[in-house]
Ligand binder design. Structure first.
Ligand code: GLU
Length: 441
């Protein structure tokens, strides 16, 4: 059974860049009949909040993702403690007492000597007596994982075979001085405990993966299959960031975008699939294979989002639109089919529907008054059909010799009060003769 997880840190509202792994994991789970775990990486108690975690759930649901399981790392400390104790017992986790300043100085010295700024493992060399003396001074250790220092290889489903040489890395700190866990260990412990089969995440985690494979092996776990996707950037090529307040999913929702448009942009940008009006997330899941994700950057184009949003609305069936139309009091298939082509956001329908239901403020140029009076006189009798418009304008053309814009624009301006909008031949029967007469001077 395929089991994937999406593991956001609830330290802010999620943005398009976060939605990318959320969706790619979802598609992979759907495509393989697997399960999807939503894991809140909330071990950073200072920055994580329940409010942000709740916001993530809301955003996911809006995008159309329904996790099979929700876990919060803040509720799973016992598991991490057990892993910690095991690693300490096996000599893989060791206490270090350097302050941040000391480490900075050492790194600077190493750089000045042209050496890689790798932690020198001074902590490993401390004797029991040294440690006791440090503890007596009131110093608290942070804990580092002793890396094997070897080339760690894995077959990445997107990037192909990857090698991370842990010999060129500092032993990672897994536990802070205050006893709290950094991301690295809890993530691995949960991946093992929840039997995660595939870890699909951003390529900024590739070197983490080298470390984490070593930790998984040290804990006797099964190494999952990894897939690291390219990161989404904004139109300027900058990464999205929670802190810079760049467009969050909630911002897009509030701006009236379709969730599917956001999902397509977040997941399909930077793949070999086209950006188009897919019918559903499942259709994307059926078509998108991880191997289609490109190796170059994935640049989000806001203009493409607007176009896609409009296209999704122009092809939306009445059945799909009905619940929202009902909530706006705008039921009626004919109105939907007439107006959907003019929508860029769904909410535009409220304004456009006023072209049918009124009130309309007709625009009448003085030089068209006579023409419009004639138009009023020639307005056909009901019942009206899709042909009524051409009967009417045909008669007007014959009577006045007007054609093209001179014929149609004054009618549009009077009947709708606008320079453009829905097709008049379809609008006319919906407005009806009485209302049309009222709009003509
Ligand atoms: N909380 C981590 C992040 O947001 C999760 C990374 C992972 O998927 O392991 O980057």
């Amino acid at each position: 059974m395929t089991i994937v997880r999406w593991a956001p840190s609830p330290t802010g509202r999620i943005h398009l860049g976060n939605a990318r792994p959320a969706l790619l994991n979802w598609f992979f789970a759907r495509r393989n009949g697997g399960k999807y775990v939503l894991r809140m990486d909330d071990t950073d108690l200072a920055r994580s909040t329940l409010e942000f975690a709740d916001g993530i759930e809301v955003d996911l649901e809006w995008l159309g993702i329904t996790p099979d399981l929700l876990v919060r790392q803040s509720e799973r400390t016992e598991l991490y403690d057990a892993a910690r104790d095991r690693l300490i017992a096996d000599g893989r986790l060791y206490p270090c007492y350097e302050t941040a300043d000391e480490l900075d100085r050492r790194r600077a010295r190493a750089r000045a000597l042209g050496k890689p700024p790798i932690y020198d493992r001074a902590g490993l060399k401390l004797t029991d007596a040294d440690r006791a003396a440090l503890a007596a001074e009131g110093r608290k250790p942070h804990w580092r994982f002793r890396l094997d220092g070897r080339p760690v290889q894995f077959a990445d489903l997107i990037k192909g075979t990857q090698t991370v040489n842990t010999a060129s890395m500092s032993d990672p700190v897994l536990i802070r001085e205050d006893g709290s866990y950094l991301y690295t260990l809890p993530s691995v412990v949960d991946d093992i405990d929840l039997a995660i089969t595939h870890v699909i995440r951003g390529e900024d985690h590739v070197s983490n993966t080298g470390t984490q494979i070593e930790i998984i092996e040290a804990l006797g776990g099964t190494v999952p299959i990894f897939a690291h996707h390219n990161l989404l950037t904004d139109a300027q090529g900058q990464g999205f960031s929670k802190r810079l307040g760049s467009q969050s999913i909630a911002d897009f929702r509030e701006a009236g975008y379709e969730p599917l448009a956001i999902a397509v942009m977040a997941a399909i940008t930077g793949t070999s699939l086209p950006i188009e009006a897919y019918a559903s997330l499942d259709e994307i899941a059926n078509r998108l294979d991880l191997s289609m994700i490109s190796h170059g950057p994935a640049r989000f184009d806001p203009v493409e989002l607007d176009n896609l949003n409009a296209r999704l609305l122009h092809t939306m069936s009445y059945e799909q639109a009905l619940p929202r139309l009902t909530s706006l009091g705008l039921e009626g298939e004919a109105i939907w089919m007439l107006l959907r082509d003019n929508l860029t956001k769904f909410a535009d329908i409220v304004d456009l529907a006023s072209l049918v239901t009124g009130p309309v403020e007709p625009i009448v140029a003085d030089e068209d008054r006579e023409f419009l009076a004639l138009a009023k006189a020639l307005l056909p009798a009901e019942p009206w059909t899709i042909e009524t418009w051409s009967e009417w304008t045909g008669a007007l053309k014959a009577a006045t010799g007007r054609k093209g814009k001179a014929l149609f624009l004054p009618l549009r301006l009077a009947l709708t009060g606008r320079h453009d909008g829905p097709e008049l031949k379809s609008l006319l029967p919906l407005v009806g003769r009485t209302a049309c007469l009222a709009r003509l001077p």
